[in-house]
Ligand binder design. Structure first.
Ligand code: UD2
Ligand code: MN
Length: 351
């Protein structure tokens, strides 16, 4: 293992390219911004890059909702700058930092990012990424597609185990989410367990080791067994983590909702906006759309939003009035750092 270095392993599945494929991603070595800067000498002030040897059709703004995650940001920059460069993307990185300690509002910050990026350059593609998500395969290309794109379709939040080989099966029809937190699992989805060979399911001993066993909803969340049981989630409407829309697609859905304060639901609302406006979600191959999330606890002031389940039933009625058309915020500072542009904003608080 090479610590702290992006290593391009040759992927035996790939016939297309020698230099692109599966990456080794780890978060154990310490990195500094100075080092990331040294390793990316062609990135210019504000975190901008233009490939020297081609003229991309798209200009991509990468928008990251942010508060108190400096350590995650270092890893994100360390991994993503080289990946984006290899992908020959013309891009700029925008960190949208929510000032103060009011409840976090991810989707509103993303709307701010869209608006502020357009003040800075003629972007026509917007990629919205959590700060803690690193793609594991650089063939997952960070640009926009004919339909709104969901990039982060499979992930392992707590390290790999045997179950990941099943995640990669090309025959799986839907994106999968591996989670050890029952609160991630929306009502109405099927819940599947995987018990590694040689182990027993702590709650249901009848579950066969080595096989996935699925329970149709309603099921009861695993509680004591969280760290042992992996819930595997086929969830067609999942749009969290990393997504991308062209300017036209973004405007067609009136941007994102501003009224989701706290954790959860905003990504489902965005998914609803997309389908209600006659678009479909496009996704990479399940073998390529794999991500690693930096392990973290739930942040302070981003508690699960208890209104999320009722709000996502109402997207149809709210999306025209709540969105980029109704966005209000105050920019406090714009600072161009060597590897990114930081925009610190006041976005208010829940009503
Ligand atoms: C899931 C989704 C995420 C979003 C969230 C619900 C995945 C992989 N991600 O993430 O897209 O839908 O659920 O809201 O499914 N953040 C900060 N500071 C804070 C709080 C949040 O910077 O104090 C930012 C940061 O970029 C973070 C993102 O918001 O990655 C999402 O928050 P999270 O990582 O706590 O949520 P998580 O992992 O459950
Ligand atoms: Mn996260």
């Amino acid at each position: 293992m090479v610590f702290g270095k992006t290593l391009s392993l040759q992927n035996p599945l790939s016939l297309r390219s020698q230099s692109m494929g599966r990456l080794l991603i780890e978060f154990s070595s310490q990195i500094t911004l100075e080092r990331v800067q040294r390793e990316n000498p062609n990135v210019t002030e504000g975190g901008k890059y233009i490939p020297p040897d081609c003229r991309p059709k798209q200009k991509v703004a990468i928008i990251i909702p942010f508060r108190h995650r400096d350590n995650h940001l270092k890893y994100w920059l360390h991994y993503l700058h080289p990946i984006l460069r290899r992908q020959k993307i013309e891009y700029g990185i925008f960190i949208i930092n929510q000032l103060g300690e009011e409840t976090f509002n991810r989707a509103k910050l993303l709307n701010v990012g869209y608006t502020e990026a357009l003040k800075d350059g003629e972007y026509n593609c917007f990629i919205f990424s959590d700060v803690d998500l690193i793609p594991m395969d650089d063939r997952n290309i960070y640009h926009c597609y004919d339909q709104p794109r969901h990039f982060a379709i499979a992930m392992d939040k707590f390290g790999f185990s045997v179950s990941t080989s099943l995640l990669l099966s090309p025959s799986l029809p839907m994106p999968l989410l591996v989670t050890t937190r029952p609160s991630y699992i929306p009502a109405g989805s099927a819940l599947c367990f995987y018990v590694p060979a040689g182990h027993r399911h702590p709650l249901s001993p009848s579950v066969s080791p080595g096989l996935f066993t699925c329970a149709a909803p309603p099921w009861s969340p695993p509680s004591s067994a969280q760290s042992f049981v992996k819930a595997l989630l086929p969830y067609a409407g999942y749009f969290g983590g990393v997504s991308g829309l062209s300017k036209k697609q973004f405007l067609k859905i009136n941007g994102f909702p501003n009224e989701y304060w706290g954790w959860g639901g905003e990504d489902d609302d965005i998914y609803n906006r997309i389908t209600l406006n006659g678009m479909k979600v496009s996704r990479p191959d399940v073998r390529i759309g794999r991500y690693r999330m930096i392990k973290h606890e739930r942040d302070k002031h981003n508690e699960p939003n208890p209104q999320r389940f009722t709000k996502i039933q109402n997207t149809k009625n709210t999306m025209r009035k709540d969105g980029i058309s109704s966005l209000m915020y105050r920019v406090v500072s714009v600072k161009k750092h060597p590897l990114y542009t930081n925009i610190s904003v006041e976005i208010g608080k829940p009503p």
